[in-house]
Design a protein around this ligand. Structure first.
Ligand SMILES: Cc1cc2nc3c(=O)[nH]c(=O)nc-3n(C[C@H](O)[C@H](O)[C@H](O)COP(=O)(O)OP(=O)(O)OC[C@H]3O[C@@H](n4cnc5c(N)ncnc54)[C@H](O)[C@@H]3O)c2cc1C
Length: 327
């Protein structure tokens, strides 16, 4: 029996040769040799144990909203750990009183936006309204907006540690997750799979929470480019530019004082807004977004990324680093 049929015996919902573009908000990507979509953490553990033992390469994704897949696809198993059916009763959301706050335990296959809509009178995640993807993906990249991020609400994260042959279940406290700006221990260690998390959310007035969510969504609608993308391609630059650069570009002065320089502004100042390679285009609305106009290839996007890095390096003497993951 071939590998696929053997896997199919134990995991009947596994599929073969699935276009990854269908699982990426960029709508780019070749075929996954094997593919499983699940929100069942026991099934996730079982299949990872199996492929780990058999040395089949694997990748766990959430909503695919911060990823660029290669047109060559993935020669192994891709598991999309994301909820299939957005009905409240399909989610195990456990709440535990904790003084003025509530500890909420939830599987990380839940879409972040769905989780936010279910929290009603619990505050802490309003910044995330409108951000696509799962809670797992958000924890991996420490997603954030409006000067807040998911790490502020994380009490602990339950992971599968696959660094040895046996898959171990571990609980990691917030500090152990090494959260930083758009980063975490998980972003740099593919051996740690995030299966559930405990969030610490503050009890608050439901109408006020709703208002903050709606304000944030409105800001997003105005600022966020439309079209197929993976959100911001680069992290904002954390650091200072040389003084003579600031003299030439006074619009960077206030950002330089804070030590956080928006990548989009640097790209714009390189004159790259609207630049196209193939069917990939640097957004006219927000230069840190690359849009797949229709049939962009992964190479089109990578060529634009390289052009941006080279131009920013030449003009501003700094290296931008990617926020998205490229597989
Ligand atoms: C229009 C648009 C707007 C966006 N705006 C924002 C924004 O304001 N702020 C922001 O921070 N981001 C933003 N993003 C990026 C993206 O939505 C977030 O980073 C999101 O949290 C990623 O979640 P995901 O489930 O889609 O992760 P994926 O893209 O599926 O995965 C991202 C990384 O996490 C890993 N991963 C996913 N799930 C797990 C898991 N369970 N265990 C271990 N690793 C895992 C993947 O392997 C991959 O390396 C935006 C994206 C788009 C398309």
């Amino acid at each position: 029996m071939d590998v696929f049929n053997e896997l199919k015996n134990d995991f009947p919902r596994i599929e073969k040769d699935i276009p990854l573009k269908n699982y990426s908000t960029f709508r780019i990507g070749g075929l996954a040799k094997y593919f499983l979509r699940t929100s069942d953490k026991k099934e996730l553990k079982k299949i990872i144990e199996r492929v780990n033992k058999e040395n089949i390469p694997f990748l766990v994704i959430g909503g695919g909203s911060n990823i660029l897949f290669s047109d060559n696809g993935f020669d192994g198993l891709v598991v999309a750990y994301r909820a299939e059916n957005l009905l409240k009763e399909n989610f195990n959301i456990e709440k535990k009183e904790n003084g003025n706050s509530m500890i909420v335990k939830v599987d990380t296959s839940i879409p972040l936006s769905f989780l936010i809509s279910e929290m009603k009178n619990l505050s802490g995640l309003e910044w995330g309204a409108g951000i696509p993807g799962t809670l797992g993906g958000a924890i991996n990249g420490n997603a954030g907006a409006f000067n807040e991020s998911i790490s502020n609400s994380i009490e602990s994260v339950d992971v599968l540690d696959i660094s040895s042959n046996n898959v171990l279940e571990k609980k990691m406290k917030n500090k152990e997750c090494l959260f930083g700006y758009r980063t975490s221990i998980f972003k740099n260690d593919n051996n740690l799979l995030i299966v559930s998390a405990e969030l610490n959310l503050i009890k608050d007035n439901e109408d006020e929470i709703k208002k903050r969510i709606s304000d944030n969504l409105n800001k997003r609608i105005v600022k966020q480019p439309k079209g197929f993308s993976a959100g911001s391609i680069f992290k904002n630059y954390q650091g200072k530019l040389e003084e003579n650069i600031i003299e030439n570009y006074p619009q960077l002065k206030s950002f330089n004082e804070k030590g956080i320089i928006p990548a989009g502004l640097l790209i714009e100042l390189c004159g790259l807004k609207g630049k196209k390679i193939g069917d990939a285009k640097i957004s006219d609305e927000h230069a840190n977004f690359i849009i797949n106009l229709k049939n962009a290839t992964s190479d089109d996007v990578i060529n634009l990324i390289n052009l941006i890095k080279k131009s920013v390096k030449e003009k501003f003497l700094i290296d931008l680093s990617e926020e998205i993951k490229i597989f």
